[in-house]
Design a protein around this ligand. Structure first.
Ligand SMILES: Cc1ncc(COP(=O)(O)O)c(C=O)c1O
Length: 455
């Protein structure tokens, strides 16, 4: 058993690592050659080495040679700081190594995942009969959505593939949607031409009249419109597409309504923010990553789907070497894209159980408040904010900004990690997302002050 002493030791080690990271550099300076020659000189695997030495060495490499995404001044792509409970969950999972492919092999782990996902299904407003599963990340969840939508729309897709479908299916999304959909189009055999880029309005939200125009044009040209992807928190600008309107359009047009809420989805827990996700409960499918705003380690995505029967048809499998199916439960290997499955859901279960819903609301709303503070202070310092979102992601610029030059100075000075992004036709702007629940007001004030000194 994992004793209280062991727990205290892991908590202590995690706190020490967090403290070293918070007080150290955020951005590394290293070349691939440096790391390769270091590894070659030390690790030929010819003879055993003491584990504690290797662990110490690996920690030193990780400390020196990575962008520290759990640093309170990492304002980057949505790689969160992680709760200690979720770190311990990953350790426990590795120690027990349960195989979740079949229910019979890991009843406890399968039911813990089911219980956790069932709770979130209710938060999203999906019916209790909806299907859900943990995925490796948002990309696998989005892939699952496309496969299930194809299976539902074209019953022969599973057996005969796309060549059974007389007219090419099309998927509608904006340039703000995640680019993983282009890979998905290739992986599913749809091809990138099946991805129709819909125009965005001045706020970078999906333009509903362009969506209607494109769907009608495509139908006239003999294509088969399949799915509309609405993003709830675009990666570049945190924009939330108008979910109720997209839902109505999809219903009227008999199209699959998918909501990619990979990072914005956690806002459903917040009494202050959840109104911005109104309409998400109308979705045919939802992607939401636990390894983003739920602050657990990678990789932990989630896929929710209203149409359980179609999911089961899409991923059905039967093979004699697997444990016999039971009539009362669904085996993950017959209902998801993966076969062997890690116990991904424990990190979310343990973190939710430890903090409770109220603790999660506090973490999420704290980050939203830090985003508002960042926006306010940047404006006060003369920066121009160029995106509109209730989520803690700020895109901004100023007269004469050369984003890449500014970022080099910001990173070299170890002030903060931010990125640049193209929003439309203009020059790149700066992008800062509050991804860490550890970021404080003092961090934001200090960073904005330092930024005004960079030319
Ligand atoms: C909106 C959105 N969808 C999907 C993804 C892909 O998720 P993952 O990186 O977990 O595969 C991301 C990643 O940032 C995202 O922001």
């Amino acid at each position: 058993m994992f004793s209280n002493t062991a727990l205290a030791e892991v908590q202590c080690a995690a706190a020490k690592v967090a403290c070293e990271i918070a007080n150290g550099p955020i951005v590394p300076s290293v070349t691939p050659e440096e790391i390769r020659s270091y590894l070659t000189s030390r690790y030929d695997f010819a003879k055993p080495l003491p584990l504690e030495d290797v662990i110490g060495d690996v920690q030193s490499m990780l400390h020196k040679w990575q962008v520290h995404v759990t640093h309170p001044r990492y304002f980057g792509l949505f790689n969160p700081s992680v709760t200690v409970a979720s770190v311990i969950a990953d350790l426990l999972v590795s120690m027990y190594n349960p195989q979740l492919a079949a229910w019979r092999t890991s009843p406890a782990a399968n039911e813990i995942e089911r219980h956790t996902l069932g709770w979130l299904t209710g938060k999203f407003g999906l019916p209790a009969t909806a299907f859900s599963n943990f995925t490796s990340g948002g990309s696998e969840a989005n892939l699952s959505a496309v496969i299930v939508a194809l299976t539902r729309a074209f019953p022969d897709y599973g057996e005969g593939g796309l060549r059974q479908i007389a007219s090419s299916p099309a998927i509608y999304l904006t340039a703000g949607a995640h680019h993983g959909f282009l890979k998905i189009a290739r992986m599913t055999g749809l091809g990138r031409c099946a991805v129709r880029l819909v125009a965005m309005d001045a706020d970078l939200k999906i333009d509903l009249s362009d969506l209607a125009r494109q769907v009608a044009n495509d139908r006239r040209s003999g294509l088969t419109p399949l799915m509309v992807v609405a993003t709830a928190g675009t990666t570049a600008a945190g924009v939330i597409d108008p979910l109720p309107e997209v839902a109505d359009f999809c219903r009227a047009q008999d199209l699959w309504f998918h909501v990619d809420a990979a990072w914005g989805g956690a806002a459903v827990l917040s009494p202050r923010l959840k109104c911005h996700l109104d309409g998400i409960g109308e979705a045919d499918s939802i992607t939401c990553d636990a390894h983003k705003w739920f602050s657990v380690p990678m990789g932990a995505g989630m896929f929710f789907c209203r149409h359980r029967d179609s999911v089961l048809r899409a991923f059905d499998s039967e093979i004699s070497f697997m444990p016999a199916k039971t009539s009362t439960v669904t085996d993950p290997y017959t209902s998801t894209a993966q076969w062997s499955r890690r116990f991904i859901g424990l990190k979310l279960f343990l973190a939710l159980a430890e903090r409770g819903e109220s603790g999660y609301i506090e973490m999420i709303e704290h980050q939203a408040r830090m985003g508002e503070l960042l926006r306010t202070l940047l404006e006060r310092q003369g920066w121009r904010i160029v995106n509109k979102t209730p989520l803690p992601l700020v895109c901004f610029t100023r007269e004469g900004l050369v984003a890449s030059k500014f970022l080099s100075a910001l990173h070299e000075g170890q002030v903060a990690w931010m990125s640049e992004v193209h929003l439309g036709d203009g020059d790149p702007v700066l992008r800062a997302c509050v991804t860490s629940f550890k970021t404080t007001e003092a961090d934001i004030e200090w960073v904005v002050g330092e930024m005004s000194r960079i030319q």
